[in-house]
Design a protein around this ligand. Sequence first.
Ligand code: SAM
Ligand code: SF4
Length: 325
Amino acid sequence: MLDRYGREIDYMRISVTDRCNLRCRYCMPEPIDALGHGEILRYEEILRICRAASELGVRKFKVTGGEPLVRADCVSFIAALKRQSGTEQVTLTTNGLLLGKNLDALAAAGLDGINISLDSLNAERYTRISGHPEGGELLKRIMQAVEDACAMGLRTKLNAVLLEETEEDAPELAAIAEELPVDVRFIELMPIGFGTAMRRVSPDDILSALRKRWPDLAPTDERRGNGPAHYYKSDLLLGRIGFIDAVSHKFCADCNRIRLTSAGQLKPCLCYADSADLRALIRGGCTDDELREALKISIYNKPRAHCFDTCAAVTERHAMSQIGG
Ligand code: SAM
Ligand code: SF4
């Protein structure tokens, strides 16, 4: 459906858990009180919300977290969502730690694509950023899963958040696209949760650094997913290089997304605390019509733009791990 600014909203990010097996510095560097089991939406509740959303034209879903694969039966949930009438596409965002052992089942579930978060290929820096003492071992495991996913023909993208301490790692990460058909995307740090206190790295500086190694990198307006990434291609790369720079290149005019948190809050915009409490509605016994109406109101009233340029105006106080990215 269209929101009040005429944007077509057809994509929902679904956070299935606020728990995670990593402690990324910009996301959840320290333990955050996790929701109790009764507080997170059950899979049937999420499926019901997705059904109502798809009746309004939201047909593409991204499963996220916390780390989605730490929640039991996440793959069965993906299979059920994929089977549900109205669903056009289901993709997954993961840190990759549990990906290898789930790949076959994810492919069988009909998953349409995987985004793997990987901020550095340097063992020491990955250890520091991920907060996991065995960063070097994890890197091997993640890269094996990336190779296996490509070999299985699953559409695979890598996402690296741009941080001061990993600026120098960008060319090595981008070089993965020389060997494998993956898009490597660099995400500008957003002032949400723990990211608020960290210094942003300019995506333009990273592009300049990458051009030293791939001088023919040229913009391409191909659409390669649901998101706002803009892409560059080089004859030497099998995949594309992407940038998701929400702060320096605002793309709100083309925003197509809403977010459902694991606590059942529907968020029309990342930077504001405003949300619709769908869990209360569902557990209060609402009808399907009432649920669809609540979604409709929230989508219609989606804010015009984020306010990351005025950090004081950001009202969202949750960490990214609680929202889903
Ligand atoms: N655990 C999964 C993962 O890491 O892909 C899914 C959840 S994670 C919150 C989703 C995405 O949000 C990741 O790519 C992560 O790097 C990104 N992210 C977390 N905090 C961020 C921030 N402050 N700014 C920009 N991206 C952020
Ligand atoms: Fe976990 Fe993903 Fe957040 Fe890292 S970015 S702490 S992997 S939820």
